[in-house]
Design a protein around this ligand. Structure first.
Ligand SMILES: Cc1ncc(COP(=O)(O)O)c(C=O)c1O
Length: 496
């Protein structure tokens, strides 16, 4: 074991050893029941007196962090019940330089605080049915096909694929995306497309370019929690517009535009996150016209636009935009897999060059190798085949989820059947909140995304979001059955 010791420090050597081991135990690098080196061994390897190590171990033992087995040695203790509580962590934080203490508080954005408050489980465990996620089905990720594309690119493009590449993105991929967009009625020139590291980076570039602290952003309420955190981190003031089954209630927007003069309208018109709603054609046209009238740019986030299972396709806002008011962003994260981190934005006019320059400043370029592999994957038709399959399977899973909701949920739980996307938004009965239900659901071995995570300002606690694509139908149905039990329990508690 190598422990850095400072022989000139005012901190005695035994305390330096103790602090080092304490941190290793805290961080989990030294796990429970790990045997520590004998005092003789450690003293020899560190070149210190054995008494120094004995004293360090004694201090750790006094704190309950290690225990001694007679004749065997010293072991890491640290049972979960002795994990430092929040108060200890706060005093622990004070060890760090002041700028770090200030940073850690500043970086706690609303979404993170909310998740912390709820005690959100972030790691799905084996017996927990995880309906909380925001991605597509892992079992559908086309790992083998993508590996083939990657291999073919390494053979074909050799060192060309290893350089930074074009900062706007690999041109053939931009041309392919332009082609995909043309099928959705969007006239896009490859030179107006900027490849980004996921669409999150597209949102971030736009926010950074267009917003200054105090500026107002109009957005759906509820909306994507990653966008709430992002705009908040830019110091923007968020003004929410309610959503119904036809998407953002655009009728309310004109008054808000007059009052707040927003610098940005952010919307997820198609299979909205978290509600699954799809904005009607009439509202889409009204929104684009209003943005033009009030000189407010629209950021259209089309994160799952291609995952439609039934109903009539609606025009993208970008396809209704005559004059460059709409910045459109798309991603391969949900339709393909998030790990490739390829998204894009489409913007016309001077804003494009500014976004491109900012992208270059931020990260030089997105992965050249992955972009080439993705282009190869799409151009041999594998992407389309994958999409068709995903749509077929997701439709079945959606139907299974809706059937289970009808079968198991108490009468006063409400939902809208989504025509596409990943999510069902559930309204809980009076008296049950997402917070209270969360702990109970976890004990019933099912996890959902609490609705309050998605509200930009006034939080409603009466909703939750279910991902219906991540598991086969029978697992989703079982998850919904468990959830209905948790709701019924909470209702029992609420009425008693
Ligand atoms: C609505 C919405 N937009 C954008 C993103 C960002 O996705 P990515 O950066 O993986 O493309 C997400 C991720 O969950 C999302 O839900």
């Amino acid at each position: 074991m190598r422990i850095p010791l400072d022989h000139y420090s005012q901190l005695p050597l035994y305390r330096q050893i103790e602090c080092f081991l304490h941190e290793e135990i805290d961080s989990g690098a030294l796990q429970t029941d790990t045997k520590l080196p004998s005092t003789r061994e450690l003293a020899n390897s560190l070149g210190v007196n054995r008494i120094t190590v004995i004293n360090a171990y004694a201090e750790l033992e006094a704190k309950g962090l290690v225990y001694t087995k007679l004749g065997s040695g010293t072991y890491v203790a640290y049972p979960p019940e002795s994990l430092p509580d929040r108060k200890d962590q706060e005093t622990d934080e004070q060890r760090w330089p002041l700028w770090q203490q200030q940073l850690s508080h500043k970086a706690m954005l609303p979404g993170e605080l909310e998740k912390e408050r709820i005690g959100l489980v972030s790691e799905p465990s084996e017996d927990l049915i995880w309906l909380a996620g925001g991605q597509g089905a892992v079992d559908l990720f086309p790992a083998d096909d993508f590996r083939k594309s990657l291999q073919s690119i390494l053979l074909r493009d050799k060192t060309e694929a290893m350089g930074y590449g074009d900062d706007a993105g690999y041109l053939p991929l931009r041309a392919t995306i332009a082609h995909i967009l043309a099928n959705q009625g969007i006239h896009a020139h490859p030179k107006d497309i900027l490849i980004t590291t996921g669409s999150q980076q597209a949102l971030s570039l736009v926010a950074n370019l267009l917003l200054r602290p105090g500026d107002v952003v109009l957005l759906e309420s509820p909306t994507y929690s990653g966008a709430i955190d992002l705009f908040t981190s830019e110091g923007a003031q968020l003004v929410g517009v309610p959503v119904d089954e036809n998407g953002m209630q655009v009728e309310r927007i004109e008054a808000l535009l007059r009052t707040y003069h927003p610098k940005l309208i952010y919307t997820i018109p198609t299979f909205h996150n978290p509600t699954g709603a799809c904005m009607s054609g009439t509202r889409r046209r009204q929104l684009v016209a209003l943005a033009k009238k009030y000189n407010a740019p629209i950021l259209e986030d089309e994160f799952v636009g291609d995952l439609r299972y039934d109903g009539r396709a609606q025009p993208a806002l970008k396809s209704l935009d005559c004059c460059g008011d709409v910045i459109y962003t798309g991603t391969f994260s949900k339709m393909l897999m998030p790990g490739i981190r390829v998204g894009y934005l489409l913007a016309s006019g001077p804003v494009y060059e500014r976004l491109r320059a900012w992208k270059h400043t931020t990260d030089l370029a997105s992965s050249n190798l992955i972009q080439r592999a993705l282009e190869a994957y799409i151009s041999v038709g594998r992407y389309q085949t994958h999409l068709n399959r995903a749509r077929r399977i997701y439709r079945r899973r959606r139907d299974a989820a809706i059937a289970a909701l009808h079968k198991y949920m108490p009468d006063d739980v409400e939902w809208i059947t989504p025509q596409g996307g990943l999510f069902i938004w559930l309204k809980l009965p009076d008296g049950v909140t997402d917070h209270n239900l969360y702990a109970s659901a976890i004990s019933h071995k099912v996890a959902f995304a609490p609705g309050s995570l998605f509200f930009p300002a006034e939080k409603s606690r009466q909703f939750l979001r279910l991902n219906f694509v991540m598991h086969p139908g029978e697992i989703i149905a079982e998850g919904i059955r468990r959830l209905s039990e948790a709701i019924s329990n909470s209702l029992g508690i609420a009425s008693s």
